[in-house]
Design a protein around this ligand. Sequence first.
Ligand code: G1P
Length: 291
Amino acid sequence: MAHSDDTRTQNERSGGLIRKCLFPVAGYGTRFLPATKAQPKEMLPVVTTPLIQYGVEEALQAGMSNMAFVTGRNKRAIEDHFDVTYELEDQISGTSKELYLKSIRLLIDQCTFTYVRQTQMRGLGDAVLTGEPLIGNQPFGVILADDLCYNAGDGVMGQMAKLYEQYRCSIVAIEEVPAEDVSKYGIISGDEMDDGLIRINGMVEKPSIDEAPSNLAVIGRYILTPDIFDILRATPKGKGGEVQLTDALMEQAREGRVIGYRFKGRRFDCGSIEGFIEATNFFFEHVKPAN
Ligand code: G1P
């Protein structure tokens, strides 16, 4: 079949098992006030590309083309971003500036976007559960756009999607963090099963240094099997009075069904000012120069 006649989406062509990626984007972004007073933190640009667009690009590269957003109030800019802007496009059509819209147009053409609102902030676990109607009964990716990942080859989600084909269980991206930072993350323990792969047997959400079972932190990339929804429904509030995804994953881990993956690439904590600046400098120099 000639390429131009091939109307299948990229993941259908690649035959990937995972079609959908969930983006919890309801959080307030108070650390970036006043910038986030009237716009979502996920729309803050690293150089010229909003954080959320990097996440969607990574999901698409992993073969997922159905982007499912759990949004909240004041997040409309995200929906507008992944839609056509006729006036603007009409105005710059045929000029050299058209090029600047190329990356976003590519996503709009190749992906579908669905949205559901989380009405109260009850934690990441609750956000994922809120996304259930958009996902249904199939394995899915989760990307937290605050964690901006970069790898020159396969992106982190792409690396994880390949692992899923082999192991068919939940997979979380992990990274070593300094001891003083363990209280910012879900921290895991487990047994090395293969190079870079750990069969997880313990997970604690944001432990103190003394409670932390290791310095291996979960970062914002997950592949989850759909039984996570039933588990989340039964998960009581945990750390901070919120329903924690970490606690639900621990239920799967008890049955040996969660793998921690030391991903290849770099990750920037764009939920912090320092990480955001670091990402900006790195992307400006190495990845996406300004227009
Ligand atoms: C969430 C998770 C935490 C994980 C982190 C990765 O925390 O609850 O387990 O380590 O994302 O960024 P948050 O940063 O949303 O507080």
